[in-house]
Design a protein around this ligand. Structure first.
Ligand SMILES: Nc1nc2c(ncn2[C@@H]2O[C@H](COP(=O)(O)OP(=O)(O)OP(=O)(O)O)[C@@H](O)[C@H]2O)c(=O)[nH]1
Ligand SMILES: [Mg+2]
Length: 289
């Protein structure tokens, strides 16, 4: 039966039946944040929630494990609502000494988090880079993630330049032109088919040299500029709710790791039987190492 309004039976303005809850349709968007350490991934999540939140520099890599944040994004004009799930990841190239193994283990942690949190689809992969510092390490991170996800994710990928509050628009245009044309970054720019977006947050430590009045003027002017960038970015996110890709690749990474884990356990069990049978512990020490 078609649902129909009970208008003929209810007085205008009557709210009976609703109680204290309103239920309406909502879109959803799963976004994965990736990028070198200290590019501003976690700050992005914090300042999306509260743009008036100031940040402070620690200089150290902060995020240790992938984190899932569930935010509610509402367009105040259209009343459109979107559940925005953001997976914040640790900087993939935080330590380089052990070659690629760290990246592999970070990707595994990421895959595990997605599988455990039931994030089985993605709408946006956001490659985060600091404005004016899109250099070698960024491109290495982009390459690892691109290799893991494959070409089909190009259509849901975007590049996000953070720290844009520190530069004039003309300088940011210059940075963008370099990213577009430089042989090292061009292929990642081209891969990010959703385009390049800008973002800014306010670093409190940079206000310290100024008196209260000057600092206040700087803050107000930055907040206005940041608002424009935030709006463009969020409007793009809202337009990405219809394109969804299954995260089979991350499930694949996770499954391979599980198989490998089972294999190691099975091998260790066999060896423990071997020790019981022969009384030798020589071979086991190799495995434990
Ligand atoms: N001015 C300014 N500073 C920012 C911005 N985003 C981040 N920062 C500063 O940069 C530092 C690093 O930011 P985080 O958000 O912790 O970076 P991250 O990418 O999460 O780092 P990891 O967790 O180590 O991967 C912070 O101390 C912030 O103060 C920005 O848009 N503008
Ligand atoms: Mg972080």
């Amino acid at each position: 039966m078609e649902p129909s309004k009970l208008n003929d039976y209810i007085e205008p303005g009557c709210t009976a039946g609703y109680g204290k809850y309103n239920v309406g349709p909502a879109k959803s968007c799963n976004m994965l944040l990736v990028g070198r350490s200290q590019t501003g991934k976690s700050t992005l999540v914090k300042t999306l929630l509260d743009p008036q939140l100031g940040t402070t520099k620690t200089g150290f890599s902060d995020t240790r494990e992938p984190e899932l944040y569930t935010l509610l994004l509402t367009n105040k004009e259209t009343h459109e609502i979107c559940h925005l799930n953001i997976i914040d990841t640790p900087g993939l190239k935080e330590v380089r000494e052990d070659g690629d193994s760290r990246t592999d283990s970070e990707l595994l942690k990421l895959a595990t988090k997605c599988v455990q949190e039931n994030i089985t689809t993605l709408n946006v992969v956001c490659f985060v880079s600091r404005a004016g510092e899109t250099h070698l390490q960024d491109t290495e991170v982009f390459e690892e993630v691109k290799k893991c996800l494959g070409d089909k994710y190009a259509r849901i990928s975007m590049m996000l330049l953070t720290h844009c509050d520190d530069y004039k628009d003309s300088r940011l245009d210059q940075f963008e032109d370099t990213i577009k044309s430089h042989p090292k970054s061009k292929k990642y720019y081209d891969y990010c088919q959703l385009g390049l977006y800008r973002y800014g947050a306010i670093d409190l430590t940079k206000l310290e040299p100024y008196d209260q009045e000057t600092a206040s003027m700087i803050v107000m002017s930055k907040l206005k500029r940041n608002e424009v960038m935030r709006e463009k970015f969020l409007s793009k996110i809202l337009s990405c709710t219809d394109t969804v890709l299954k995260v089979e690749e991350l499930q694949g990474v996770y499954d391979t790791a599980q198989i490998e884990r089972d294999r190691v356990i099975a091998e260790a069990m066999q060896l423990s039987h071997y020790i019981q049978d022969t009384g030798s512990s020589k071979k086991v020490s190799c495995v434990i190492q």
